[in-house]
Design a protein around this ligand. Structure first.
Ligand SMILES: [Zn+2]
Length: 264
């Protein structure tokens, strides 16, 4: 028996939300999967906790000017990916903390948009598998997103003024954790890899040698694709919190997973 047979992931949400620390994280991260799901008919929403106001090399630069241009870059990129909209929570870049106010903001976003799936960072990653430190804002955004999904968004008694104001509890059924050291799920982005690169191109304030960055990203997508039998893939750690309602169950995926004996 083959040691590890992985097939590209086939489940798709009707609605999904991407929650990240900075403008550009979503495009370095799940833009390929997001575009693929949107092409298949899903609606996606992007939440950036900060506006990247510390993402420069010049201490004399006005952080608010930088924030404004980075928000504009992200809005352009989001259009290319096809998100229905973007929310900026305007938290301070470099100082993001997984505290109750941030979680409340995320719960408000989740209960407003009502996603089936949330894509965010893996809060367990401090050091990346390939080396390098996971930025403190990435960690804080990831932990806050996970905490907002479970239990807060689904608990009507968490931030009860939200439910009382017309935002009832909402169950997100799945988490897709990007940049994980424990990836177990590969999403085929062969058809959307070019759009991911075009979305990345919008972040010109962050790209000193864009073509080198794009080559590196394409190489990584190809590497992950090779693991799952497709040309290009993004890797995720999947957390299923609730199975889909029976009428929407993805029977085919269940059979594939069972036959290969690998991912859930
Ligand atoms: Zn970042």
């Amino acid at each position: 028996m083959t040691d590890k047979i992985v097939t590209a992931h086939t489940w798709q949400p009707n609605r999904f939300m991407v929650i990240v620390g900075h403008p550009d994280d979503a495009d370095f991260g799940p833009a390929g999967a997001a575009a693929a799901w949107i092409d298949a008919g899903a609606e996606g929403w992007l939440v950036c906790c900060t506006s990247g106001d510390a993402g420069g090399e010049d201490p004399a630069l006005d952080p608010l000017v930088l924030a404004r241009s980075r928000e504009e870059e992200q809005r352009q990129a989001a259009k290319i990916v096809g998100y229905a909209g973007v929310t900026f929570l305007h938290q301070p870049d470099g100082s993001l903390v997984n505290d109750l106010p941030l979680r409340e903001m995320l719960v408000r976003e989740i209960r407003t948009f009502k996603p089936d799936a949330v894509l965010c960072g893996d809060p367990e990653v401090v050091i990346h598998g390939g080396g390098g430190i996971n930025h403190t804002d990435h960690r804080a955004a990831a932990m806050a997103a996970v905490d907002a999904v479970y239990p807060a968004a689904r608990n009507p008694m968490a931030f009860p003024w939200l439910a009382n104001a017309g935002l009832p509890a909402h169950k997100v059924r799945r988490l897709y954790l990007m940049w994980s050291n424990q990836a177990d799920t590969w999403i085929d982005v062969t058809a959307t890899a070019d759009r991911k690169i075009e979305a990345l191109r919008c972040h010109s304030s962050q790209l000193h040698d864009p073509e080198a960055v794009f080559a590196r990203i394409r190489g990584r997508l190809a590497e992950q694709g090779a693991l799952s039998g497709v040309t290009a893939a993004e890797a995720y750690r999947l957390v299923v919190l609730d199975q889909d309602p029976a009428e929407n169950a993805d029977v085919e995926e269940g059979l594939t997973a069972e036959a290969s004996g690998t991912h859930s």
